[in-house]
Design a protein around this ligand. Sequence first.
Ligand code: SF4
Ligand code: SF4
Length: 492
Amino acid sequence: MVEAEPLRVVSAPSYIWRTVNKYAVEILPDACIDCGICAQVCPYDVYEMKPGLVHISAPKSSNCIGPHNCEGQSFFCVDNCPTDAIRVGENAYYEDLGDDRWPADLITSTWYMSETGQLPPPGIESRIGDSGGGFDRLHFVFPEDPEPVEEVDTSLDLNRRPWGPRIRTPIPIYGAAMSYGSVSLNVMLSRIRAAKAWGTFCSTGEGGYPEALIPYADHVITQVATGLFGVSEASIQRAPIVEIKYAQGAKPGLGGHLLADKNTPDVARIREAVEKTSLFSPFPFHSVYSVEDHKKHVDWLRSVNPDALISVKVSTPVDVDMVAVGSYYAGTNILNLDGGYGGTGAAPDIAKKNIAMPIEFAIPKVHRFLEGEGIRDEIVLMASGGLRTAYDVAKAIALGADGCVIGTAELVALNCTRCGNCERGRGCQHGIATTDPELVPLIPADFGAQRIYNMYHAWRLQWVDLLTRLGLESFRDLRGRYDLLRYEGAIL
Ligand code: SF4
Ligand code: SF4
């Protein structure tokens, strides 16, 4: 187990969540007699009669769990108001937030979990989106009489080879690659501090290894990608895990692309490039066209750092099972399958949705093939590319993955609204996917780390509940249990 900092949930309110509400609560001023009954009965603190004041305060609509969850209950404010002064309904603008994969409920439930470390109130969906396919139609089948479980283990072993360091993380995830340049240094620090607090890892992405991450080196995965930006012997030698990126599921065949706008002097210095120029990572690695070439890459990294685990990130072409086997024989410890729904708003939609195989298909295809080859238990299969929730992670494991790599959800924890303006220097109004010196301070690293830490605390609550209801003691018992999943509904 890698070293973790003491874990503690602390409230981390954002300036956004409390202004985006699913339900709208209104008090009709002409009807209200300021009796204060609503403040006494509502258990969700929607109403408040401040001490010393004679008027009821404006209702906090963001606390409301929705009339359908309160109707018929003794505390329902509308029924308790003696003058029929309360109106509760849907907020007409709520659905404008997000998209089908990340609908408003998933975004606001993630914000809630990031603020509180707890599960959102009933009425806000925190498990699935509205995409109409894939994970959004896969559901767990809970046994009526599950085996009793004394203690749930959510840990993940990252090395299944008989040799090399033993690394176990307490939760079955680590942070996805996001480069300095694509996101700010504060965002990188937020993510790595949260990873350290959870005893897990976070990847630098392909933009080099900023010095500010060195104090967290035991939790940093360093990436070697086609552009070789900022790759050095020192950065490889200090990393417990080195990740070779052959392709990204959001844009396979395209490589990375950082627009000149975001290439500040500091980004250029870390990347050993020229500032204010657009930076391209070519596709593919022009030194790798076969499994033998791939093995040379792995051997090269092992010769620089014999103690590092080697992870290989690939997208999901139709022959991804063959890629997986080749990667195993090349000596890798971790195979990261990256499906088509990840990436920030900088990845073109036409690529995201149309090139790589959906991760829901790729995981069982690779899992079964590796089992058939008799090598499944010596390689760790990590899934990424659009895994948004604790339930997505559990479903990926039930399909055959060992664990998952999380990217966008961590940005949503930091206030991302999924507006899709990530590629431009001043496009991200929330200070996340930017290197603009005026916008970066919007996400202080302490705040960001606490938000991501809190989100994973809430996710772990969901994982423990889910495994208990399935009668399983660990995620190792869930791997490849297709029988516990049901696909609902016809494909439209
Ligand atoms: S219960 Fe009705 S009348 Fe009394 S303070 Fe609340 S809204 Fe006003
Ligand atoms: S809020 Fe920022 S990080 Fe999120 S989609 Fe918009 S630009 Fe990208």
